[in-house]
Design a protein around this ligand. Structure first.
Ligand code: BG6
Length: 486
């Protein structure tokens, strides 16, 4: 028996991601027969009104080929209920408690898809009304806090009511198929490990580019910015998995112990280093896929003179034996030329070429792990082109997971939801990881606040400000899309 209570049940994230993920889990028989779903939000709605919203969210956000039948939708709606909740009103929690079966047990999962400012008030009320006890689980959406101090304050306050292993801090990038495959690639294969260090690796690039702008979230985004929205969580989580030491086993805390060590080893920038090692930008009007798009400052909800960043590139460094001196370039932005998320590991050049002048200007070996839009691992090698003489070119050993396996792909939110229902914490962020990530981001935020001029602009549909290319050029590198063979 599982009871799933979704705070922020009428919000944007619920509509776009969580309800479609829940429906997919339901269609695939992953929810138990006594499952019940409660939407909870401030609006006063009847069960039927909420059901209409659930049905609308499914019809707009689930692909028609995986949207199931009318009967299946009705079957989920029959398990769907609504409870009006205002975090300040005790009577609302009394009502909720009357509705949910076996309150306080480990069969209840509370998902707080709300702003971090109400995490503590909601959990406090849940606790006072004996809805969480020592067993229920609570999922918290990102961003958790605005900086290191506020994140610590929230975590500390939550710990008055919950044990750490009842708290599931979500970072949906951890639920992506290829992120777990990265663990398999690194720790179930022998050949990479001897090369996976400063001796053989020149640099690592982690890039998440989006074509979308801020969509309907202008107001939220302008308060948040790309550093908090993407870097503090998604990019640093990817970095920690690429750079971590082999864990002693695959238990959640063994993996999280290694990830937190990487985050703690990240070199913290001094105020003088920040402008040299970071680039931030904001998109102006341009075109994406040939379609004209407006600039950030004209987006609904965004103030006309906003200095908020929509693009970030950073040269991060990890101060430990494995990685000292290897740049980890992080880049992410909205309204960029294409949508992709990939990790590129650039190996060092060969020490000497026996092919002399016929060796063209080719990139060194590199391993490219694509998370989206494709899921693939490509190892780029040098090979001789067929024909007379020796002319080398770049060829890829390409592992395309869509071809290798036709098994059903489980979307990140669905996987994480099911993991939380099962009580598996592996793909959730522990409080010390979160703290270490904020500790690294804090000095960057502070330096940026004192340097309003440092914000560059870029044309929507481009790869970001030119300064982002310069950041790599200083070290003889370039972003994947920039390399030109000659
Ligand atoms: C979210 C950010 O966490 O991730 C959004 O808040 C961003 O701004 C989204 O668009 C990107 O996720 P994905 O899975 O589409 O790459």
């Amino acid at each position: 028996m599982t009871t799933f209570v979704l705070f922020g049940g009428t919000g944007d994230l619920a509509k776009r991601k969580i309800i479609p993920a829940l429906y997919s889990a339901f269609l695939n028989g992953r929810l138990d027969s006594k499952f019940a779903f409660f939407g909870a939000a401030r609006e006063a709605l009847s069960d039927d009104e909420f059901r209409e919203r659930v049905a609308a969210s499914i019809s707009s956000h689930v692909q028609p080929d995986s949207s199931g039948s009318k009967e299946q939708l009705n079957a989920l709606l029959a398990l769907t209920f609504y409870s009006k909740i205002d975090a300040r009103i005790d009577a609302d929690f009394v009502e909720l408690k009357k509705k949910i079966p076996d309150p306080g047990s480990n069969s209840t999962l509370f998902y707080l898809a709300t702003g971090p400012d109400i995490f503590v008030p909601v959990v406090q009320k849940l606790s006072e009304h004996e809805l969480v006890g020592h067993q229920a689980r609570v999922v918290l959406e990102k961003p958790l806090g605005r900086d290191a101090q506020s994140a610590r304050d929230i975590n500390q306050a939550l710990r008055s009511y919950l044990k750490e292993n009842q708290i599931y801090r979500i970072d949906h990038y951890l639920g992506k198929e290829m992120v777990q495959n990265l663990l398999a690639l690194r720790f179930a294969n022998l050949f990479l490990e001897p090369l996976w260090n400063r001796k053989w690796i020149h640099d690592v690039q982690i890039s998440i580019s989006e074509q979308v702008g801020v969509e309907s979230r202008g107001e939220f985004f302008d308060r948040t910015g790309t550093l908090r929205d993407m870097v503090q969580n998604h990019l640093l989580q990817l970095l920690s998995i690429v750079a971590m030491e082999p864990p002693v086993n695959a238990a959640p805390d063994s993996i999280r112990d290694e990830k937190v060590k990487v985050l703690r080893a990240l070199h913290k920038f001094t105020p003088e280093e920040v402008p040299k090692k970071t680039v931030r930008g904001q998109y102006r009007a341009g075109a994406v896929n040939g379609e004209p798009v407006i600039g950030y400052q004209n987006e609904p909800g965004v103030p006309a003179h906003s200095r908020n960043e929509t693009f970030v590139a950073i040269r991060a460094e990890i101060d430990n034996w494995r990685w000292a001196g290897v740049p980890f370039y992080l880049r992410t932005g909205k309204r960029m030329a294409s949508r992709s998320a990939e990790i590129t590991v650039n190996f060092k050049p060969i020490p000497y070429s026996i092919f002399g002048a016929s060796q063209r200007n080719l990139r060194s070996n590199r391993l490219v792990i694509s998370l989206q839009p494709e899921e693939s691992v490509e190892l780029f090698l040098k090979a001789k082109e067929p024909g007379e003489g020796i002319r080398l070119s770049d060829v890829a050993l390409n592992l395309d997971f869509a071809e290798v396996s036709t098994s059903r792909r489980v979307e990140a939110y669905e996987r994480l939801l099911l993991d939380a229902m099962r009580g598996d914490l592996t793909l959730f962020v522990r409080d010390d990881e979160l703290g270490a990530a904020w500790d690294w981001v804090d000095p960057i935020m502070t330096a940026w606040q004192n340097d309003a001029e440092g914000l560059k602009s870029y044309i929507a549909g481009s790869w970001g400000p030119a300064a982002s290319s310069y950041l790599l050029a200083q070290n003889g590198s370039s972003w994947g899309e920039e390399f030109v063979e000659s």
